[in-house]
Design a binder for this molecule. Structure first.
Ligand code: ZN
Ligand code: ZN
Ligand code: ZN
Length: 374
């Protein structure tokens, strides 16, 4: 069996999704290929034009609708180990009839947010009801990580920390961002990830753009360099960690501002505990920066949830009054950006515990000064 968790874990997730579907007043939800399907039964990948979907009725057993050419792969997941009903189809047959057979008649139904419009529109016609987003039902389950998931996030955190410990040996004046990023990508795999999800090496003025990835810019002595990296470990759970480096001795004013950023990031980590809202955690970081005149330099939210995807709920952002609960996992990543000049960001993944949080990324937060030349 090629799922990362025992069948009982998926059985519990399916039971919970069914209970929440009923609680939401929906007759069924239809979960297309994508992260929700990976979470619920361990089926990976996303198909667009051929319908793959798990139908979960509020009452009764789920049914997996799958193209026959995917059948062997799907049977090798919790779909097989739990003995779920499977309706397979071949090109030229009508997959929507299989879905409606599995739902029975519905007056309200939900669709996962990754189900393509290509399938939602014909399903809506067949079912004769208006689709609703199943997001609230699935979000509730996916936001609260169980012990097995937290163990995988911890594995991912350890792996990315090992990569950050290698960065001082890779960053040098005279190398391009792209050369450094290629070495980091290799290290991400060597340290235990199965995929590289992203590698940001943003040096000097490029660091002022939070979405800069890599370029052929040659790194110079005195540059501040933002290194934001992540990958998925074999179970599919993700890492995401940012550290800021200086190549040779940094400008003292830059170093001073980065020390403020480190305090802001720590203030947000310290604010995390059950019952505190997402926006309160965001404000904890923002307030430290504002007190030092750096409010305008912080251009984005403080964090995002993480699990089988790199960006998911809960979002740690202004206006999100969601109370935190034990088991939620998310990033804390304030940054400061000075267009045309430089930028900095510090990011850890934390998991909410009964009375605070654990930090899964343990390399030093402070500006790490690396040798400008060998
Ligand atoms: Zn990141
Ligand atoms: Zn992040
Ligand atoms: Zn991001």
């Amino acid at each position: 069996m090629s799922t990362p968790f025992p069948a009982s874990v998926y059985a519990a997730r399916l039971d919970r999704a069914r209970a929440l579907t009923a609680e939401a007043g929906l007759d069924a939800i239809i979960v297309g290929a994508g992260p929700d399907l990976t979470y619920l039964v361990g089926v990976e990948g996303d198909t667009i034009e051929r319908l793959t979907a798990l139908v979960i009725p509020a009452e009764g057993a789920p049914t997996m609708v799958v193209p026959r050419m995917e059948l062997a792969k799907v049977r090798d997941t919790a779909v097989g180990s739990l003995g779920l009903a499977v309706s397979d189809w071949v090109d030229g047959e009508d997959p929507y009839a299989l879905v409606t057979a599995a739902t029975g008649s519905v007056s309200r139904f939900g669709v996962s947010d990754a189900l393509p419009a290509l399938h939602v529109v014909p399903l809506t016609e067949r079912l004769g009801a208006r689709p609703e987003l199943a997001t609230p039902v699935l979000r509730e389950s996916r936001m609260i990580k169980d012990a097995a998931e937290i163990a995988e996030l911890r594995r991912a955190g350890d792996a990315i920390d090992a990569v950050h410990r290698r960065v001082p040996g890779l960053l040098r004046a005279g190398r391009t961002e792209r050369e450094v990023a290629a070495d980091i990508a290799t290290a991400i795999i060597e340290e235990g990830h199965r995929t590289v999800e992203f590698v940001i090496v943003a040096s000097g003025p490029n660091g002022a753009d939070p979405h800069h990835e890599v370029s052929d810019r040659v790194i110079e002595r005195g540059d501040i360099v933002v290194v934001d990296i992540g990958g998925a470990v074999p179970s599919g759970y993700n890492s995401d960690s940012t550290r800021t480096y200086a190549v040779g001795e940094p400008d003292p004013e830059a170093a001073r501002r980065i020390a403020v950023l480190v305090r802001a990031q720590q203030a947000a980590v310290d604010a995390v505990r059950p019952g505190v809202t997402a926006e309160q955690v965001d404000a904890a970081a923002r307030d430290v920066l504002a007190a030092e005149g750096l409010a305008e330099a912080f251009l984005h939210r403080t964090g995002h949830g993480i699990g089988v995807t790199t960006h998911e709920e809960p979002y740690i952002a202004p206006g999100n009054d969601l109370p935190l609960r034990e088991g939620m996992a998310f990033s804390i990543e304030p940054g400061i950006y000075f267009p045309g000049s430089w930028g900095a960001r510090i990011e850890d993944i934390v998991v909410v515990t009964a009375d605070g949080c654990v930090n899964l990324d343990t390399t030093p937060h402070e500006l790490t000064v690396v040798a400008a030349a060998d």
